[in-house]
Design a protein around this ligand. Structure first.
Ligand SMILES: *Cc1c(COP(=O)(O)O)cnc(C)c1O
Length: 421
């Protein structure tokens, strides 16, 4: 029994899928304490879009630490925060014609979601929030109430109130526009549904199984929420920061949400940081009404500011588009030649292979780990193999990882035959 099994809570999770003791990492590679190297197709669940310990960000952090730059300020003003706000406005918001106020909540994604839900309720005076089937928004009570997964919900131990679940795009098959239901229920006074304060949306449901909302569906959702004065919250915590190509995942659909939550890759270095973007007229917070000890941690501001360097030109976005083609084509071809029943879907560099036999994805993930690739599963039955390489991964590394996935799939299907025999 190792020290973790001896002393760490049973709640630990990912270490069970990837039982190594990691020691260092660079770019797309992780190294364990025996010196074994693993290619990373998981990227900290979307925290490491720019890879592990990217040099340009590390240098900025080291310089800040070496000059005794202030580390902690609660939400007092700091040079680090000033630089981040200025750069975020100049590099991200202004070129996109976006005008959001910036709220720095506590440094985790779920804290940003809680802040967004509170604010939507405050400004509308309504209680109900609509989330979608298979959504994932975090583990605190408000976020859980709009999360689909029954196991995680049950963990709350109390009833999860003031929320309703609506079918996500594609939930009832490709031929059904699930927004017909939502719109009908909103407009029919007999539907039993109160007009909600907010709708909270992932344009690509990452934890929920890489479910991709269509452009037209997103545009229609924006129209419906506008017509009914419902605050549209885009939870871009996992699929923002370039994961789908552009900085925000909703840009491609040409929609502008009222509130946006960001976290995971925002600091660019794995340092905890979260941000809520608020349409200016909705910024009706009273001072200190939502606070937290670690709001906008200065070292995270420094790395987040350096990370914005990736967004000063279109190289990163073009790289994602090129690599998406490689991933999509390779996976399609892989599934066909393996003769396995599966669907490939994704956007940018988040891709899923949804296997008809829900056991397969977990087996592929395990086989890949043995072969030196970290790759996760997603979906309610872990039926989806989820590819989340860093956006900065080199083409040869990407191809190497895809080769391992191909071998891992063969391993998994061989096991299948052995079990059937
Ligand atoms: C990870 C995630 C969260 C929660 O973030 P934490 O930092 O784990 O609290 C919320 N929403 C989405 C879409 C996520 O992927």
């Amino acid at each position: 029994m190792n020290i973790f099994e001896q002393h760490e809570s049973e709640v630990r999770g990912y270490c069970r899928s990837f039982p190594a003791v990691f020691a260092s990492a660079k770019g797309a590679w992780m190294t364990d304490n025996t010196g074994k190297r693993y290619l990373d197709f998981f990227s900290g669940a979307g925290v490491l879009n720019y890879g592990h310990n990217p040099d340009r960000i590390k240098q900025a952090l080291l310089a800040y630490l070496m000059r005794d730059g202030i580390t902690h300020t609660l939400d007092m003003y700091s040079e680090a925060k000033e630089a981040f706000i200025r750069r975020f406005h100049d590099v991200i918001l202004k070129p996109r014609g976006l005008d959001y106020r910036l709220q720095f909540p506590g440094p985790t994604g779920t804290n940003a979601v809680e802040a967004a839900l509170k604010l939507a309720r405050k400004v509308t005076g309504r209680e109900q929030v609509v989330g979608f089937t298979n959504a994932f928004h975090g583990m605190t009570l408000g976020s859980l109430s709009v999360t689909g997964n029954g196991f995680k919900r049950a963990g709350a131990g109390v009833s999860l109130n003031h929320a309703a679940s609506m079918p996500f795009d594609g939930y009832l098959g490709a031929d059904v526009d699930t927004l017909d239901l939502f719109e009908a229920m909103l407009t029919d006074n007999g539907s039993g549904m109160d007009v909600p304060a907010a709708v909270i949306l992932e344009t690509v449901q990452a934890e929920g199984g890489v479910n991709v909302a269509g452009k037209a569906w997103l545009q229609r959702l924006r129209r419906i929420t506008e017509q009914h004065g419902i605050v549209l919250i885009a939870d871009d915590i996992q699929v923002g920061c370039g994961r789908t190509g552009r900085f925000f995942s909703f840009e491609e659909a040409g929609i502008v949400p009222d509130i946006v939550t960001l976290s995971k890759s925002l600091s660019g270095y794995g340092l905890p940081m979260a941000l809520v973007l608020i349409r200016p007229d909705l910024d009706q917070w009273a001072p200190g009404e939502h606070n937290g000890t670690f709001r906008g941690h200065c070292p995270a501001f420094v790395t987040a500011t350096a990370a914005l360097g990736f967004w000063e030109n279109s190289l990163l976005q073009e790289g994602v588009a090129r690599k998406e083609d490689i991933v999509a084509q390779t996976l399609e071809q892989m599934v066909r030649s393996a003769g396995v029943e599966a669907t490939v879907r994704g956007r940018g560099l988040i891709y899923g292979v949804d296997f008809a036999d829900p056991e397969v994805a977990t087996r592929v993930s395990r086989a890949c780990f043995k072969r030196g690739l970290v790759i996760e599963t997603a979906g309610i039955n872990d039926q989806v193999l989820k590819l989340l390489p860093s956006l900065t991964i080199k083409d040869d590394e990407l191809l190497h990882g895809l080769d391992i996935v191909r071998s891992g799939l063969k391993d998994a299907l061989r096991q299948d035959l052995r079990q059937a025999a």
